[in-house]
Design a protein around this ligand. Structure first.
Ligand SMILES: C[S@@+](CC[C@H](N)C(=O)[O-])C[C@H]1O[C@@H](n2cnc3c(N)ncnc32)[C@H](O)[C@@H]1O
Length: 238
């Protein structure tokens, strides 16, 4: 999905779908880090979320997929883009806000999650804010199906079926099957089955690893309008 299907990501998961989430993050940043000017995102993908943040903050967007970053670069030319794995990235600067959104779900071991949280801590400026937003924890995980996608004005379209499977007892990973159909303007279709394995950790594991990375979770001062659709952990350096 994040390589040869990357050019279709804007139709599979359009930026408009991220607007409410971005508004909430900007409100949180405004309250908790009012002078913030710079933001680093780990696993920024196609920049769908970041496209709403970039008008307000100088964004550095990183992802391990060059194909996804190419989409982001075209969408947000003013942002700095770096191909990098969130477990090992080390940039010279520090940032007022470090954001990790749904991409963190692709870390499937505690060691990998700890490495990504060390990257977050490393890049936070003093007084900076970490926004950690996994799709789910072990407590919120639900098996089930979802679907989505959109059409482009030029006649292309893309749709997906997402099938999340139950978490096996004691496991910290879950399988998610995607069936993706792309349709060119001339009506040619292509169907792809893509299996993803995602990490699903108990909230206590998140909190323990956040602490071990030298961060502390702080209460969010504004109720999360998307509670139930994602998990939002706000942290600062200790
Ligand atoms: C669902 S997409 C992110 C979409 C993004 N939230 C947006 O707004 O466009 C997940 C992304 O995670 C990236 N990813 C997965 N594992 C990664 C890792 N270890 N380091 C950096 N990026 C990673 C993938 O390349 C993919 O672009």
């Amino acid at each position: 999905m994040y390589a040869d299907l990357a050019p279709w990501f804007g139709l599979l998961s359009p930026p408009e779908e991220y607007e409410d989430e971005a508004d909430h993050l900007l409100a949180l940043i405004h309250r908790l880090a009012p002078g913030a000017r710079t933001l680093l995102e780990l696993g920024a993908g196609a920049g769908s979320l970041a496209s709403h943040l970039a008008p307000h903050l100088a964004c550095t967007l990183t992802d391990r997929s060059p194909d996804m970053l190419a989409v982001s670069r075209a969408r947000i030319p003013a942002a700095r883009h770096e191909v990098a794995d969130m477990r090992t990235l080390r940039l010279p600067g520090r940032f007022d806000v470090v954001l990790v959104h749904d991409a963190i779900g692709y870390l499937t071991t505690e060691a990998d999650l700890a490495a990504a949280l060390a990257t977050v801590a490393h890049h936070l400026a003093p007084g900076g804010l970490a926004l950690l937003i996994p799709d789910e924890t072990a407590e919120t995980h639900r098996a089930g199906t979802d679907h989505g996608g959109a059409d482009a004005p030029d006649g292309r379209g893309a749709r997906y079926l997402e099938w999340s499977h139950p978490l096996r007892p004691g496991a910290t990973t879950a399988d998610v099957d995607y069936v993706i159909v792309t349709r060119e303007a001339d009506g040619t279709t292509r169907t792809v089955h893509d299996r993803h394995v995602v990490g699903v950790f108990p909230e206590a594991t998140w909190r323990r690893l956040i602490g071990a990375a030298g961060l502390r979770v702080v209460p969010a001062p504004i109720p999360d309008p998307l509670a139930g659709e994602h998990v939002l952990l706000v942290a600062r350096r200790r």
